[in-house]
Design a protein around this ligand. Structure first.
Ligand code: DLL
Length: 452
C-alpha cells in the first residue's frame, strides 16, 4: 500500500473539492492562460465588429485585425478605457448588441452628470449569477442557506446581483434591500438567515440599531457576511464580526465590469480571488500607465473576457490595490487582489501627504471610546483647504472625556499617517448613517475649488 504525505501537500482532488466550480477555480495557470487568450481574441473581435468606437481606437493603436491578438501580452498594446468613455457614449454607444437583444440594464450614479449605463444579455446575466454563486460559496455560503440581502435593489448592481447569485447557488433569498433598519433586525431574528449581504457600513448600522433595541445579533443564525461595494478595513472587519457573531468576507466588483462578484475572498481571507476565466487583471502606475510589478500597489485595470453586451478592454477602475499570483492556501489558482484600500479619486492630499479615508479608518476604528462612525469634512478657508475629522464617541463615554479622546486620536493619526487632523469627537448618532455606500468625505469647498 502506498501511503501519501497528505499533511504536507493536500492531494489535488481533495483541494479541488472545495470550490463550487472546482475544476475552473483550480485550473493550472497554463491552461487558464490558454483559455484567457482564446476569450480575449473573442472579446476583441466582438468589440471590433460591433462597436465602431472600439474599432476606431484599436486601429489608431496599430491593431490591423483582431487576429493580431496572438498572445496575452498583446493586451499591453491596447488603449485604456476610462469612466468618461461610457459617459461620452451615453447611454448605449458602447453596447455590442442592439437593445432588443439585451435582458437588463443597470446604472451607477456618478458624482457629476449623467449616470454610467451598463447592459447585459441573458448569457451575461447567467455568467454573472455563476460568478456571484462561486463567490458566495468561496465565502462559506452553501446551497439551502437563507440569504438576507440588504444591498439596494434597483439600478445599483448590488441588490439584483447578489440576489441572482444566491438563487444560482440554490439559496432562498430575503430581498429586503437597504433601509427600514428596525425591520431588518426583526427579520434577521425571526427568519434566521445564515448569510447577510450588505455594505460594511450598513452592516454596522444594523448592528447598532439591534443593540439599541437590546437585541444581540450574536444570538442570530448569521454566520457569513458578504460585504463590499465600498472600501473597508481589517479594523472594521473585527468590529463587525465581534458585534454580529459572523465571519465577514470581502466581495468586490463594479458595474462597468459586471457588478458584485468580480472578486471575492475564500476561507483563507488572504486577498480576493479575481475570477480569471472571465476577466484579465493588471495593475498600472496611475501616472504613467506602465505596469507595476506584482505585489506593488497600483491602479487595477480589468478586461472582460466573456461579456457580450458590453465588452470592456483595459478599463481603469481607479481602485488602488496589489495583485499576487502566489499559491493560495485554499488551492485556487486565480489571482488574488489584496484589499482595495481606496480609489485614486478618493485620495486627499493634505498638506502634501496623500491620504485615503480607509487609512484613517484603520487607525481610528477599534480605538477605546470611539465608535466606528466617522466623516472627513473638507473646507476651504481663504486659499487653504482644511480637513476636519468627525468621529463619534461610544454611548458609554461621558462628554467631558471627548476632548481627551480627540487629542489621543489626533496623536495616533499624526504618528501613523503623518497628518495633523482637526479632530472632533461627537456624541452618538451625530454622524449620518447610510443604507448603502457610506459617505466618508463631505466636501464643503466651493464648487470650482472642489473640482480642481
Ligand atoms: O459597488 C458593486 C458591488 C456591489 C460590489 C455589492 C460588491 C458588493 P459600483 O456601484 O459600480 O459597483 O461601485 C464600484 O465600489 O470601483 C470600488 O471603488 C468600490 N468597491 C466595490 N467593492 C469594494 C470592496 C459596486 N470590496 C466601486 N472594497 C469600485 C473596496 C469596493 N471598494
Amino acid at each position: 500500500m502506498v501511503v501519501m504525505d497528505t499533511a504536507a501537500a493536500p492531494a489535488p482532488a481533495a483541494r479541488r473539492a472545495q470550490g463550487l466550480h472546482a475544476d475552473i477555480e483550480t485550473l493550472p495557470r497554463e491552461a487558464l492562460q490558454q483559455l484567457q487568450l482564446q476569450r480575449l481574441r473573442e472579446t476583441v473581435r466582438n468589440a471590433w465588429d460591433h462597436v465602431p468606437w472600439h474599432q476606431q481606437r484599436l486601429r489608431a493603436a496599430g491593431l490591423g485585425d483582431p487576429r493580431d491578438i496572438d498572445a496575452l501580452d498583446a493586451l499591453q498594446r491596447l488603449p485604456f478605457m476610462v469612466k468618461t468613455d461610457l459617459r461620452d457614449n451615453y447611454p448605449f454607444g458602447l453596447f455590442a448588441r442592439p437593445l432588443h437583444e439585451l435582458a437588463r440594464l443597470h446604472a451607477s450614479s456618478g458624482t457629476t452628470g449623467k449616470p454610467t449605463v451598463v447592459g447585459y444579455t441573458a448569457q451575461d446575466l447567467s455568467n454573472w449569477s455563476d460568478l456571484v454563486a462561486r463567490s458566495m460559496h468561496s465565502a462559506g455560503a452553501r446551497p439551502g442557506d437563507l440569504v438576507h440581502n440588504a444591498y439596494g435593489y434597483g439600478l445599483f448592481t448590488g441588490g439584483l446581483g447578489a440576489h441572482d447569485g444566491a438563487a444560482r447557488l440554490g439559496c432562498p433569498v430575503v430581498p429586503i434591500s437597504g433601509g427600514a433598519t428596525e425591520r431588518q433586525v426583526a427579520l434577521i431574528m425571526d427568519f434566521r438567515p445564515r448569510v447577510l449581504c450588505a455594505t460594511p457600513s450598513y452592516a454596522l448600522a444594523i448592528a447598532e440599531v439591534a443593540e439599541s433595541q437590546g437585541v444581540d445579533l450574536r444570538n442570530s443564525a448569521l454566520r457569513v457576511g458578504l460585504f463590499g461595494a465600498e472600501p473597508w478595513s481589517e479594523a472594521m472587519r473585527r468590529e463587525i464580526e465581534a458585534r454580529m457573531g459572523l465571519r465577514a468576507v470581502d466581495i468586490y466588483g463594479l458595474s462597468e465590469i459586471m457588478g458584485p462578484g468580480v472578486a471575492c475572498e475564500c476561507e483563507a481571507r488572504c486577498g480576493l480571488h479575481g475570477w480569471e476565466d472571465h476577466f484579465l487583471f493588471e495593475t498600472i502606475d496611475p501616472d504613467t500607465g506602465e505596469p507595476v510589478p506584482e505585489g506593488e500597489p497600483g491602479e487595477l485595470v480589468i478586461t472582460t473576457l466573456t461579456k457580450q453586451a458590453l465588452p470592456m478592454l483595459r478599463y481603469r477602475t481607479r481602485d488602488i490595490t496589489r495583485l499576487t499570483r502566489e499559491p493560495c492556501a485554499c488551492g485556487r489558482t486565480h489571482v488574488r487582489i489584496l484589499r482595495v484600500t481606496g480609489r485614486n479619486d478618493d485620495m486627499l492630499i493634505i498638506r502634501g501627504v496623500n491620504v485615503y479615508p480607509s487609512q484613517i479608518e484603520a487607525v481610528l476604528v477599534g480605538r477605546p471610546g470611539l465608535a466606528p462612525h466617522y466623516q472627513l469634512v473638507l473646507e476651504r478657508h481663504g486659499a487653504l483647504d482644511s480637513v476636519r475629522l468627525e468621529i463619534e464617541a461610544l454611548p458609554s463615554v461621558p462628554e467631558a472625556q471627548y476632548p481627551l479622546l480627540a487629542a489621543d486620536a489626533a496623536h495616533h493619526i499624526k504618528s501613523m499617517i503623518g497628518i495633523s487632523a482637526d479632530l472632533h469627537v461627537l456624541p452618538p448618532g451625530a454622524v449620518p448613517r447610510s443604507q448603502g455606500k457610506a459617505v466618508r468625505v463631505r466636501d464643503l469647498r466651493p464648487k470650482a475649488a472642489a473640482a480642481g
